[in-house]
Design a protein around this ligand. Structure first.
Ligand code: HEM
Length: 458
């Protein structure tokens, strides 16, 4: 008997399980973890199934195991319709490693810090028309900021008709598969039917076609111009050669670009929206943050802002309490593996559960409470705190997303006093493959401030 036959898990039929996963993703995890313990198993009796883990030791064993033991790209095939088959997210083995080496540097170190001013400028542009009394659907503003930032980083584009069209189309294309209901098409491929431009899938397909066309046009134009002096990511990818001197095809370029655009802005926009929610829900958190921001000089450089401890702790706690991606990519075993003494057979899908790990009482006392101080009091290992996953698939945008979050939050909190329109707790909802604040969550602008106003308020 294999070990997974000994693990407990629900016997609910697959369709019902999937519906719960779509409609109540966090309850799905919490209910099963409570009922069946850690790890628990889901799947038919005669299949290897999926095994969810939240114990840091298990997570460490999975993240540090030989990556050759897993098919991970294959586990992400559900995303092929959006990202294309050459996307980093869908690759495994040598190709994955090679593309990762190419795509990682622009989001780190000096290359990343060079975007500091740009992030500040874009935040200023997007928020400059906010006026006292205005009620803001914050998510759409956060999405606008993160989309403009990533378009600039990836294409070096900040204006012109192609940039404007891409901005508009990317947003509405992703919106069309994001609501809790329309997200179902991601889980049930039988729903991916083109019933014409008014049907959700039909609309998605048409917008996707236009986005693809714009990206291919940009690639073609760049090839014709042969301008390799620029520092954007497209230029970098176009000049890269593999070990036999081969450059990337248009299709490969397209798939990596769209991957960065999708992965690089939706997630950060959700994280920013949550951070604004917590900051304005908890006056103590707000005041401590404002105090810290006021302690900086008027024109503090982005690098100084990014070092602020309380601001950093707010961002960490935001991604702990409601991680945007609730489980790491699925690790599909290609060979037998032991994890915490359990023996798993090939075909088993190992799932490090980010959400469940972040809600363990033994690591995070009072896990349902938003308390940034916990990150100032102790350090958590990368197997206890893993909002960006781990191992050879750890998010390549991790440093960039945290940098962006801090700069945007600092700019908004030091300029605007905002108030939540509704005092009821806001619950996370499904948004495509992620879990996010509802897009109708609103904040009202109650005051515009010059810097250093905490003293005036208190
Ligand atoms: C708050 C924002 C973000 C969160 C919470 C997040 C989370 C994640 C997670 C959980 C993974 C899977 C890791 C694993 O399975 O071990 C991942 C992978 C990835 N992320 Fe992010 N991400 C964020 C922002 C970004 C940004 C800004 C970019 C692009 C610049 C990005 C690009 C990617 C890519 C390309 C992968 C695939 C890596 C691979 O397969 O090797 N993400 N992200």
């Amino acid at each position: 008997m294999t070990t997974q036959a000994l693990l407990n898990g629900p016997s609910t039929p697959r369709v019902l399980r999937m519906l719960k996963l779509i409609a109540q993703p966090l309850n799905y995890l919490e209910d099963y973890a409570q009922r069946y313990g850690d790890p628990f198993r889901v799947g038919e009796k005669n299949s290897p199934g999926l095994v969810y883990f939240s114990n840091p030791q298990a997570i460490q064993e999975i993240f540090t195991a030989d990556p050759e033991l897993f098919d991970i790209g294959r586990g992400n095939r559900v995303l092929r319709f959006l990202l294309g088959e050459h996307s980093l997210i869908l690759l495994d083995g040598d190709r994955h490693q090679r593309q990762r080496r190419l795509l990682t540097p622009p989001f780190h170190g000096d290359r990343m810090r060079a975007y500091g001013e740009l992030i500040g400028d874009i935040t200023q542009q997007v928020t400059q028309e906010w006026t006292i009394g205005q009620s803001l659907a914050v998510r759409s503003y956060m999405q606008e900021i993160t989309l403009r930032v990533i378009l600039q980083a990836v294409f070096g584009l900040h204006d012109g008709p192609r940039y404007q069209q891409l901005r508009r189309l990317m947003s509405s294309m992703l919106e069309s598969i994001s609501s809790p209901l329309s997200s179902s098409v991601l889980f049930f491929s039988s729903l991916q039917k083109d019933w014409g431009p008014l049907s959700p899938w039909g609309r998605y397909l048409r917008q996707k076609q236009q986005v693809d066309q714009l990206i291919y046009e940009e690639i073609r134009e760049r090839r014709e111009k042969g301008n390799f002096d620029r520092s954007d990511i497209l230029t970098l990818l176009m000049s890269a050669r593999d070990e036999v001197g081969q450059s990337m095809t248009d299709e490969e370029l397209h798939d990596e670009l769209i991957t960065l655009l999708v992965a690089g802005h939706e997630t950060t926009a959700s994280a920013l929206t949550w951070a604004l929610y917590w900051i304005h829900r908890l006056p103590d958190v707000h005041d401590k943050l404002l105090h810290e921001l006021n302690s900086l000089g008027q024109d503090a450089p982005p690098s100084e802002i990014a070092k602020l401890p309380y601001l950093t702790a707010i961002c960490q706690e935001t991604l702990r309490i409601y991680p945007i991606v609730i489980s790491s990519f699925f690790r599909v075993l290609k060979a037998p593996l032991q994890v915490m003494g359990y023996q798993f057979e090939p075909g088993t899908v190992l799932v490090p559960s980010i959400y469940l790990t972040h809600h363990r009482e033994d690591i995070y006392p009072e896990p349902k409470r938003f308390r940034p101080e916990r990150f100032l009091e102790r350090q958590f290992s990368s197997y206890e705190y893993l909002p960006f996953g781990g191992g050879n698939r750890r998010c390549i945008g991790m440093a960039f997303a945290q940098f962006e979050m801090k700069l945007v939050l600092a700019a908004i909190v030091s300029r605007f006093q905002l108030t939540l329109t509704n005092r009821h707790p806001v619950r996370p909802v499904r948004r495509g493959l992620t879990v996010a604040p509802p897009s109708n969550m609103r904040l009202v602008v109650s005051q515009l401030r010059a810097r250093n106003t905490l003293a005036e308020r208190s």
